[in-house]
Design a protein around this ligand. Structure first.
Ligand SMILES: *[C@@H]1O[C@H](CO)[C@@H](O)[C@H](O)[C@H]1NC(C)=O
Ligand SMILES: *[C@@H]1O[C@H](CO)[C@@H](O)[C@H](O)[C@H]1NC(C)=O
Ligand SMILES: [Zn+2]
Length: 446
């Protein structure tokens, strides 16, 4: 039930709440398989203690989609410079229904943008395996998959990955596998609001111009889908790092480059760190991060990163999750990494249900309005609606005033809403056209 939403307008259509899923489940010991037992065509489990090769990963993802067509689907968003598929697995009950349910939010998880940072890649595979197997066993997983459209891109840089070597904790050069096959650092390759030459880029073709194949594929994916939440998984530190990564200063470190949604980003990051036994310790890997989280630029300023691009050029909020001190950690560390990250990751996915969502429709025709937007007082970041009139606005707990706008329409009245940790609020808007269709009876002279 909604108790705390105060309607300051008559344009209320309907309301609905969904309790924010509080995942994940209690510790479940999963069978640790012998290395040689793994059959990527048949097995639901991925090995707990070794990395899959690129080929095994592709085979396994496709076999999951083939064997679970009601909840899983694979598709390629493009190819790497050397022609390897950037394969995405979509996991949701909406897959079986043929279309994403109205107002079902989309979340993406991207691993291995740096080819030698591999723990996240393997953890995403285990997350898929876990969700597939716990669906219809654990009611929270069932509910998560029935209400959330989850997309996994376990390896964004497969060309770098095939060069990287297990146990290599640090190498950052071309030989180490961090970069793509053209020696481009993909997490420096995105258009950046703070780069003078990128500031004027608007159309999709301008944004794509001159970028690596992998970057282009991900830019298109981001621009063409209404993602709400995202995570980019890295290694080399243990911290949750949030936008902005870049700033207008020349300061390399120490400058806090806050985005308008600093509170939301801190909440998402802290939720992760608090559930991760090492991240929250703050001195893991010998670097001090109070509470296990940091503003990206404050840690070190970087331009062209993926997380800033998501926030500036789409509705998606992305956090960078640094998961291990050693970038290509020994496979023997993987079972522990899964234990550390399982709860934080599942909870992060469920965070897609934070805040407020709703439909924006035309008052007269009742048709959805696309590219309408929702403005929250005091937060200079507007969220735009989909072609089905849907919006999702992540918010941290608190009271807010929200309003909806669309070109050619009279702005909605302001609504006061109260966001809690427990519910997802739904606020729909009916907007009145500035050019109402008037019916005037025709003059008739008999
Ligand atoms: C899943 O969602 C559908 C559509 O929203 C709903 O009808 C159904 O009851 C849900 N099933 C479960 C198991 O929650
Ligand atoms: C968001 O919308 C409000 C209301 O129309 C507007 O004043 C503000 O400039 C917009 N902010 C951005 C970043 O576009
Ligand atoms: Zn990285």
């Amino acid at each position: 039930m909604i108790v705390n939403v105060i309607w300051t307008s008559l344009l209320v259509l309907s309301t609905l709440t969904l309790a924010v899923l509080s995942l994940p489940t209690t510790s479940i010991t999963e069978e640790v398989k012998n290395k040689d037992d793994f059959n990527p065509e048949m097995d639901d489990d991925v090995p707990a203690d070794r990395y899959l090769t690129h080929e095994e990963m592709i085979t396994w993802l496709n076999s999951i989609a083939r064997r679970y067509p009601k909840k899983a689907k694979t598709f390629s968003i493009g190819k790497s410079e050397e022609g390897r598929d950037l394969l995405v697995l979509e996991l949701s009950h909406s897959v079986g229904r043929g279309e994403r349910d109205l107002l079902m939010p989309m979340v993406k998880l991207i691993g291995n943008i740096h080819g030698n940072e591999v723990v996240g890649r393997q953890l995403l595979l285990r997350t898929i395996s876990h969700l597939i197997q716990k669906d219809s066993v654990d009611p929270r997983v069932t509910r998560l998959l029935n209400t959330t459209d989850i997309f996994f891109l376990p390896s964004m840089n497969p060309d770098g990955f095939v060069k990287a070597r297990e146990g290599d904790c640090w190498s950052g050069g071309p030989e180490g596998g961090r970069l793509n096959a053209k020696n481009i650092d993909l997490n420096r390759d995105f258009p950046d609001q703070f780069k003078p030459e990128d500031k004027l880029l608007r159309s999709q073709s301008e944004l794509l111009q001159g970028r690596a194949a992998e970057t282009q594929a991900v830019i298109r994916w981001i621009k063409n889908n209404p993602f709400v939440l995202s995570a980019s998984l890295h290694g080399g530190a243990v911290v949750a790092s949030y936008p902005y990564d870049g700033s207008d200063t020349d300061q390399l470190q120490g400058y806090y480059s806050a985005s308008p949604d600093d509170r939301v980003f801190r909440k998402l990051s802290q939720d992760y760190a608090d559930r991760h036994p090492l991240m929250k310790k703050a001195d893991t890997c010998g670097v001090g991060f109070p509470d296990g989280i940091t503003n990206g630029a404050r840690w070190y300023d970087l331009k062209g990163g993926m997380q800033d691009f998501n926030y500036v050029h789409s509705n998606a909020f992305e956090v960078t999750l640094e998961l291990s001190c050693c970038k290509y950690a020994p496979a023997a560390d993987l079972p522990a990494e899964w234990e550390y990250n399982r709860k934080p990751l599942l909870n992060y996915i469920a965070s897609t249900h934070r805040g407020v969502r709703g439909l924006i429709i035309d008052k007269d025709t009742k048709r959805p309005i696309r590219d309408a937007y929702v403005h929250v007082s005091g937060i200079d970041k507007n969220i735009t609606s989909t072609e089905r009139g849907e919006y999702w606005r992540l918010l941290s707990p608190g009271r807010y005033t929200i309003q909806s706008f669309a070109e050619g329409y009279i702005p909605s009245a302001s609504r006061s809403i109260s966001i809690t940790d427990i519910y997802t609020e739904q606020v729909n808007f009916e907007l009145e056209s500035k050019f109402p269709r008037k019916t005037i009876s025709r003059l008739v002279c008999n």
